[in-house]
Design a binder for this molecule. Structure first.
Ligand code: 5AD
Length: 433
């Protein structure tokens, strides 16, 4: 299984290596290997992950070559805009600006955010997908996530693993289990980027997690993202020293009043400071917000899009809020699939270069179809769940999470099947230089 195409080093520039992928030039930061021109490497998220033997690289490239160009053609065909949209004049004129890279006003964005007519939405999604294709070609980034503990000291109003939910079974994977799961994900399944996530669990403090990061990095070629709640600048620095290069931390909502209501005792300012600190330390940041929270308006979602853009993250992760029966919001309705797709499309228009994940929560909202819809509305990344099956169902941030009972093999098959139909290649060549 291969989630990255080997690239060939063709030169060095400003401390980065220049990598060639089927004639395309990309840049990657190298921290770990001694490299020279002509070497083959795997890169992920703009980092060199490891060097590979030329013979192996050439075999993989030979396998990929035909598939790669075939997929590109399918993608190109599916992302064409033929100019026959039935959208209103106003919508078309706004989307012309998006297509031409002209500045759009806040009112333009609000107009798009408020669209509800199917023909209008159809054109919005097509334009977003066109822009995705233009800047990212058919590359799709596939990360894996391992949820190693569902203990949590926080009491976020919307979250099923909040401390006051006494009805879920708590679990904590041992260090050995985490290391074994990582090893299998990397060497058996070929993942090049993994997220280690947990609730805010005091047992797994900065020291323990840093120890685990070091052990993982020593024995595996993988880009590691940490997602364990706020640990402060010093904690983040320890994670970086140990070898993590990314963090996944949503700000959940950019409305500070709503933020404090949802997170008793916590403040948006502190959350944003944590994200800022991570950026400063050099981490790749995956961030975003929840879509469709009670009391949230379309204007709030737009603000979330621009707050996220300001962070300039490696990847946007915006997923629907799904009500959990054991939380304060058991009464609430989830958002519509279209609201989530509009958010993805507007993110794509606001930041053509960013990666955008089609989330598990979106898939849960509409199993079988929504992931593909996300990909056709501007998304270009996905995350598969590698948590051991016996634990996965207990990581119940919301109920009936999709893929809860699916083996990793099955998840990979399904994902590759979806991607293939859309002409996407499960690769991460990176765009930001
Ligand atoms: N619905 C959707 N997403 C949720 N999360 C927590 N609770 C829910 C819910 N009810 C998300 C949060 C958090 C991530 C780990 O899970 O956005 O950042």
């Amino acid at each position: 299984m291969c989630y990255a195409i080997p690239g060939k080093i063709t030169g060095f520039e400003k401390g980065k290596v220049i990598v060639d992928y089927f004639g395309e030039k990309r840049y990657a930061r190298n921290e770990f290997e001694i490299l020279k021109e002509g070497d083959y490497i795997y890169a992920q998220g703009g980092f060199v992950i490891n060097k590979i033997e030329p013979k192996e690289a050439e075999e993989i490239l030979e396998f990929w070559k035909e598939t790669f160009f075939n997929l590109r053609e399918v993608d190109l065909r599916l992302s064409k805009i033929d100019g026959t949209s039935e959208a209103s004049k106003k919508t078309r004129s706004i989307l012309d600006k998006a297509l031409e890279g002209r500045k759009m006003s806040p009112d333009d964005f609000l107009h798009l955010m408020n669209l509800s007519d199917e023909k209008e939405l159809d054109y919005l999604f097509k334009v977003a997908n066109f822009i995705r294709q233009k800047y990212h070609k058919n590359a799709c980034c596939v990360h894996g996530i391992i949820e190693f503990s569902n203990y949590c000291i926080n009491d976020c109003l919307y979250c099923g693993i909040r401390k006051s939910n006494a009805e879920i079974e708590r679990y904590r994977m041992s260090e050995r289990e985490i290391l074994d799961t990582v090893r299998e994900s990397v060497s058996k399944y070929g993942f090049k980027a993994l997220v280690l996530q947990s609730g805010d669990d005091p047992f797994y403090d900065v020291e323990k997690i840093s120890g685990i990061i070091s052990k993982i990095r020593k024995n595996n070629a993988v880009l590691l993202f940490i997602s364990t709640g706020e640990v402060g600048e010093d904690g983040l620095r320890e994670f970086y020293k140990a070898g993590a290069r990314g963090v996944l931390i949503r700000f959940e909502t950019s409305n500070s009043e709503l933020y404090s209501k949802l997170h008793p005792g916590d403040f948006l300012k502190e959350r944003l400071a944590e994200i800022e600190a991570a950026k400063k330390l050099g981490f790749l940041v995956l961030t975003g917000a929840l879509i469709g929270l009670p009391e949230q308006k379309n204007e709030d979602i737009l603000k979330d899009i621009f707050a996220a853009k300001k962070i300039s993250p490696e990847m946007y992760t915006f997923g629907p809020f799904l009500p959990h029966p054991r939380t304060s919001f058991s009464y609430a309705e989830p958002p519509s699939v279209n609201l989530v797709l509009k958010t993805i499309a507007l993110l794509r228009i606001a930041d053509p270069l960013g990666k955008i994940v089609s989330t598990t929560a979106l898939e849960t909202l509409e199993p079988k179809t929504a992931r593909k819809k996300g990909f056709m509305a501007g998304a270009n990344s996905l995350m598969l769940n590698l948590t051991p099956e016996k634990y996965r169902r207990h990581y119940q941030i919301y109920p009936d999470r999709i893929h809860e009972k699916e083996t990793v093999d099955k998840q990979i098959d399904n994902a590759l099947d979806d991607l293939q139909k859309l002409g996407r290649a499960p690769t991460d060549l990176g765009v930001r230089t």
